[in-house]
Design a protein around this ligand. Structure first.
Ligand code: G6P
Ligand code: MG
Length: 218
């Protein structure tokens, strides 16, 4: 049976992917490193350090400079997320969370972000979930399965009883590596490795979704 849902946060429940982009863009501009929205696509769901590595490419910086740039980007990001409200929940998110809860499905948020708790509180959904697993919970970032395995464990469930909802390639990989079902949100080029691919959560219901999983999973 499917007994749990693990939602990624950034780009799934809310469009913080945009704020991450804006913060990286500001840093890149200050450093004179070419960067744009298109280049940012490769950063979706990628950890803070790995994102910076992709931005700097083969330019050399000391570890101290790298640390400072990660902190600076985070300051910009933290500033941007202060203005988040429940209005920033993506279409369909709250309806699905409510329906799942009513159906007795356990819910976790599994985000690699160290700012996840702030965002969740500002969105006003902390009381709708059973567990929050974030950038402080495990060592290895996605695509390693560790974060989602920890989330399943927090829910008291086996990986194969859990569905992960992700907008990032690295996140879908993490879910599949952990033995979970994956729903990918976005283009097939990005999340095509998921069991089910949808454009977004808009209009998505558990009643309909559950019929799409193989009989063995129901
Ligand atoms: C999520 C986001 C990434 C972000 C990462 C780390 O995976 O999708 O864009 O880089 O979290 O977030 P943090 O807030 O800790 O820098
Ligand atoms: Mg994401």
């Amino acid at each position: 049976d499917i007994r749990g849902f693990i939602f990624d946060l950034d780009g799934v429940l809310t469009d913080t992917a945009e704020y991450h982009y804006q913060a990286w863009q500001k840093l890149a501009d200050e450093e004179g490193i070419p960067f744009n929205r298109q280049a940012n696509e490769a950063l979706r769901g990628v950890s803070r350090r790995a994102s910076l590595m992709l931005i700097i490419g083969d330019r050399t910086y000391s570890e101290a400079q790298i640390e400072e740039m990660m902190e600076r980007k985070n300051r910009y990001y933290v500033e941007l997320i202060q203005h988040i409200t429940s209005q920033d929940l993506l279409p369909g998110a709250i309806a699905l969370l409510n329906e799942l809860r009513q159906a007795g499905i356990k819910i976790a948020i599994g985000s690699g972000s160290k700012n996840a708790k702030t965002v969740i509180e500002r969105l006003g959904i902390a009381d709708k979930v059973d567990a929050i697993v974030d950038g402080y919970s495990v060592q290895k970032p996605k695509p390693a399965p560790d974060l989602f395995l920890y989330a399943a464990h927090q829910l008291g469930l086996q990986p194969q009883q859990c569905v992960v909802v992700e907008d990032a390639k690295a996140g879908v990989e993490a879910a599949k590596a952990g033995g979970m079902w994956a729903i990918g949100l976005g283009p097939v080029e990005r999340v095509g490795a998921a069991d089910i691919v949808l454009p977004s959560l808009a209009g998505v219901t558990w009643a309909e979704l559950r019929t799409k999983f193989p009989q063995t999973a129901k």
